[in-house]
Design a protein around this ligand. Sequence first.
Ligand code: 4HQ
Length: 239
Amino acid sequence: MLRIDVITIFPGLFEAFLGESMVGIARRESLLDVGVHDLRDWTSDRHHVVDDAPYGGGPGMVMKPEPLVEAIEAVAGERSSGRKGPVILLSPQGARLDQEKVAELAREEHLVLVCGRYEGVDQRVIDLAVDEEVSIGDYVLSGGEVPAMALIEGVSRLLPGVLGNPESLTTESFQAGMLEGPQYTRPAVFRGLEVPQVLRSGDHGAVERWRAERARDLTRRRRPDLLEPSGEQMKEYTP
Ligand code: 4HQ
């Protein structure tokens, strides 16, 4: 079973997320265990302060190091000894999260996800207690909570035994690294628009060839970067 611990100043954000859908099922089936921790539990002042003004001046606030490092050490252990998996800070400065990274994280025993707020965290937290920084994309959010949820959801659906329908993972891994082509369900004609005849032909070979062609075509037009055969670009996605 994978254990994920989250450190945040907004634990309430995770409540509905962790109870619903595939993540909720994974937890109820004991394939995933998630602990959400309020960073303010590791403050020692009356007002539970977790931020302070930046050295050197400038706008906004920075997350102060003491509560964060204590929280991380409490849930993950010391960096030098006895950690069962990486401490990950969600941050725009991190390496972009992709399916390969998600699959790698799904094979860990323990993940600790640190959600920053304000302008970010004191660099010494990263130097002393963070193993890696991960970004979910080049846009600015208000905190690492939504990125942490994206990571948890991506990882959860790869855990052995989680999918109700293991077929769809197989199909996906076959199509891995490409965009999915169009999909249809009933009715065969909707507002004058028809489902492509090949999908209703019952010829499974023809259906597979059509889907592969649609996928390749769409990927070539929308995301040519995914098809680039240069060593680093083309990636393996083994769940
Ligand atoms: N933030 N991918 C700023 C992000 C982000 C992202 C998280 C905003 C951290 C302090 N995190 N806080 N994009 O925008 O991961």
